[in-house]
Design a protein around this ligand. Structure first.
Ligand SMILES: NC(=O)CC[C@H](N)C(=O)O
Length: 275
């Protein structure tokens, strides 16, 4: 089969060195018999795909404040999201979209589903994420325990859900931050299913153990994490990292599930259309 299904990767890294892109390529390449992909530098070059030409969209993490754009790329990006949403309301053959981290925060703001605020400190490392509500049976998380392990890397958070808007949209909060017994902070939203085809995650489902270790090569960054977490917690993170059932499992499960669900849906409709 040649590459009939086309993926657009919306690169939100603004030219900053990152691990996300390599990890995403790595996962997509596991499906290279069925899909091909093209990258668009959304923030750096204001590049966006023609939505008619792509079936699946993966919008990446990225640096900085998710509430700030330059009035150009962000406006175009939100228009693209609206076009994709409208497309799905008007067409049988749907567009499947995954929003990761920075993109998830931007989408939540755009759809008016929650507040985006700066955290008291950076969240970085191996965390547990909890499936909640429909998330317990969402096929995106099929094959993961509850809680499951994720790599988190962010300064901002999605909190104070606007339940009325969420209900009106038909969206569902599917994952929440770890339970913290000792602090009063609200647990941030880690995942929202916006629709059957649109889903967003606050953590990095693409992350693999190597990506975390790559960050640790930066001495001052490593020291910062140790100072923030304490050495025992840091060492526990490294231990979690090499556990087959934790970050490896999440990496092998979520985006592959997303792609399989999308590909199955697209194939079903392509078949109907060609009949
Ligand atoms: N890794 C990310 O995409 C981070 C998202 C956002 N820039 C934050 O700091 O919260």
């Amino acid at each position: 089969m040649n590459s009939q299904i086309k993926i657009a990767i919306l690169d939100m890294y603004d030219g900053e060195p990152n691990q996300g892109m390599r990890c995403i390529y790595d996962i997509i390449n596991r499906f290279n018999q069925m899909v091909s992909f093209q990258v668009f530098d959304v923030r750096g070059k204001n590049e966006l795909p023609d939505i008619k030409k792509f079936d699946i969209f993966i919008s990446t993490g990225g640096p900085g404040n998710p509430l700030e754009g330059d009035g150009k790329w962000d406006v175009n990006y939100f228009n693209l999201i609206d076009s994709l949403w409208n497309w799905n309301n008007e067409n049988e053959m749907k567009k499947h979209v995954l929003f990761i981290c920075h993109s998830f925060q931007m989408a939540c703001k755009h759809f008016g589903l929650a507040e985006i605020t700066k955290r008291k400190d950076t969240s970085f490392g191996v965390m547990t994420t909890h499936k909640v509500n429909e998330g317990l049976t969402d096929p995106l998380f099929e094959g993961l325990d509850n809680p499951f392990y994720t790599i988190d890397s962010r300064d901002f958070q999605v909190i104070q859900p606007k339940l009325k808007n969420i209900k009106k949209m038909g969206a569902q909060i599917i994952a929440l931050e770890k339970i913290r017994d000792h602090v009063q902070y609200e647990r941030a939203i880690m995942g929202i299913r916006f629709s059957n085809e649109f889903v967003g995650l606050q953590f990095h489902p693409e992350a693999d153990p190597l990506s975390f270790l790559a960050h640790m090569k930066n001495k001052s960054f490593k020291e910062k994490i140790i100072k923030m977490k304490g050495r025992p917690k840091f060492l526990k993170m490294l231990e979690d990292l090499v556990d087959e059932e934790k970050i490896y499992r999440t990496n092998e499960t979520i985006i592959p599930n997303f792609l399989r669900i999308a590909i199955n849906d697209l194939m079903k409709h392509k078949k109907i259309l060609s009949n």
